[in-house]
Design a protein around this ligand. Structure first.
Ligand code: NDP
Length: 246
């Protein structure tokens, strides 16, 4: 089912490749103007070309999400330029290294936490007033199945995903009486650079393409969505309820 996002403004982090790239494309195809955030300018420009081909529009924001003061300013800049924000997708993430938890280097742990958790919180803090002001604010936070299962050697990444998911649920509870809907997503194993890094021996063709995964996730941006505080599990194609009562 296609959704109508004409006139909506959407911010997507990690839009230079993988799931974020195709999420940004799908949001733009549905009519949203997309603010595309990532470090790799080439990837953002490729996205811009693709969005234009489909008659959409984007604003490219080359930014390292560990530049926290820049994230603090982002909400204000969006307010100044557009006066609003309807959709935020916190998608950017890193895996770190796969190793026994006792062998993880401090700088790796800090990097994973900074990008996956702290930058998401800084972004939430920066754009929360704008999303609350929207008549159909939608926040989508990328989690992972490893936030709910035990997987040896994935400690920092798994902990970071559990953290952002719980943070999203707290935010959903705080905002449940507003028009803002906040949900997390487990995309499941997807054919991207991150997955190839995690599972070098795996045949990428055996995995779903990020475009197909993005087509399912984009439903969480639907202005008609009522659910909040849930986890949408792409492989199961349904919402899982990890606590918030209806
Ligand atoms: P990719 O590695 O393909 O893409 C990651 C994106 O994050 C890139 O656009 C990258 O952009 C951006 N990013 C990373 N670090 C920074 C930074 N410091 N500043 C700005 N942007 C940054 O990952 P996926 O598409 O696979 O993953 C997307 C999300 O889905 C992640 O949160 C991941 O944890 C989650 N996920 C993925 C699964 C999979 O199987 N692929 C499974 C479960 C969850 P750039 O390098 O240009 O800055």
């Amino acid at each position: 089912m296609s959704i109508d996002l004409n006139g909506r403004l959407a911010l997507v982090t990690g839009a230079s490749r993988g799931i974020g790239y195709f999420l940004a494309l799908e949001l733009a195809k549905a009519g949203a103007h997309v603010i595309a955030v990532a470090r790799t300018v080439g990837g953002l420009e490729e996205l811009d070309d693709e969005i234009r081909k489909h008659g959409g529009s984007a604003t490219l924001v080359p930014l390292d999400l560990t530049d926290f003061p820049a994230l603090d300013r982002l909400g204000g800049s969006i307010h100044e330029r557009w006066g609003k924000l309807d959709i935020m997708v916190a998608n950017a993430g890193v895996l770190g290294t796969i190793s026994p938890i006792g062998h993880v280097e401090a700088k790796t742990f800090e990097k994973v936490m900074n990008i996956n958790v702290t930058s998401t919180w800084r972004l939430i803090r920066s754009v929360d007033p704008l999303l609350r002001a929207s008549d159909a604010g939608r926040a989508i936070v990328l989690s992972s199945g490893v936030a709910h299962t035990a997987r040896a050697f994935w400690g920092p990444y798994a902990a970071s995903k559990a953290a952002v998911e719980v943070m999203a649920r707290s935010w959903a509870d705080e905002t449940k009486n507003s028009a803002l809907r906040v949900n997390s997503v487990n995309p499941g194993a997807t054919r991207t650079a991150m997955r190839a890094q995690a599972m070098p021996g795996e045949d990428p063709d055996s995995l779903p393409h990020p475009h197909d995964v993005a087509k399912k996730i984009v439903a969480l941006a639907d202005p008609a969505l009522t659910l909040t505080g849930k986890l949408f599990d792409v492989p199961k194609d349904r919402f899982l309820d990890y606590h918030l009562p209806d």
